[in-house]
Design a protein around this ligand. Structure first.
Ligand SMILES: [Zn+2]
Length: 237
């Protein structure tokens, strides 16, 4: 058996542990991101409703100002009516008053419509804001749990990294460099057992001479096709 093989296999085992911790950490981060998204959607809905309420209030305000001025003008028409001298003048003013009254009624009904809109949007806004507050409270508990789990996983990760580094320091530099380089490009194992007469990763046939060298531990060689470090399973113990 090649002297570096067992150390490389051990390193691979420690890296596997580390990768498992990283996967769990990532899942936790994803979980937190989905909480963030949910909250952001709720807050966005509240912001939209706030804008709608503000818009409707502005509209209502503008209508009030307009109605107020129309009423003032209408009042002055009534004042003029008291001072008219001819029947013709009175008739003309009566028509004017009637047209203005119709206009005022229209504005007032529009005011009612907008006022109803304000009320409706305010109710929706209140409900949405309460919903977000509820969600925040609910999430606070979940986030606390996530923070605890994250702290645990981070210390688990630190420990796994320390173990990994310790194993790595005992490996001959050339092998370690090769291992690390492979590790950067491959998601799966990089120290792979021969599969019969072929590479256990890509199943490319390994020349007989090299096979026997690998089997008797003379060399620790890379697969010519995919680069993984090959060993004989029965050699690994
Ligand atoms: Zn291969």
């Amino acid at each position: 058996m090649h002297p570096e093989l067992s150390k490389l296999l051990e390193l691979q085992d420690k890296d596997h542990t580390l990768a498992t911790v990283d996967t769990r950490l990532q899942a936790l981060l994803d979980e937190r991101a989905s909480l963030d998204d949910e909250l952001a959607r709720g807050r966005q809905a509240v912001a939209t409703l706030e804008e709608q309420v503000a818009g409707a209030v502005t509209q209502r305000q503008a209508l009030e100002t307009r109605i107020e001025s129309l009423r003032t003008i209408q009042e002055s028409r009534r004042g003029r009516m008291e001072r008219v001298k001819t029947a013709r003048e009175a008739q003309a003013l009566t028509i004017e008053l009637e047209v203005a009254r119709t206009g005022l009624v229209r504005e007032e009904s529009e005011w009612l419509r907008i006022a109803d809109q304000v009320t409706a949007r305010e109710i929706e806004l209140k409900q949405a804001a309460e919903g977000v507050a509820g969600l925040e409270a609910e999430q606070a508990v979940q986030r606390e749990g996530l923070a605890e789990r994250e702290a645990e996983l981070q210390s688990e990760r630190a420990a796994a990294t320390a173990v990994r580094e310790d194993v790595a320091t005992h490996i001959e530099q050339a092998y370690l460099v090769r291992y690390d380089r492979l590790r950067q490009v491959r998601q799966t194992e990089v120290v792979v057992a021969l599969h019969g007469m072929a590479c256990g990763a890509c199943y490319t046939a390994v020349p007989m001479s090299r096979q026997s060298q690998i089997r008797n531990g003379q060399i620790l060689d890379g697969c010519e096709a995919c680069g993984v470090i090959l060993y004989a399973a029965d050699e690994a113990g």
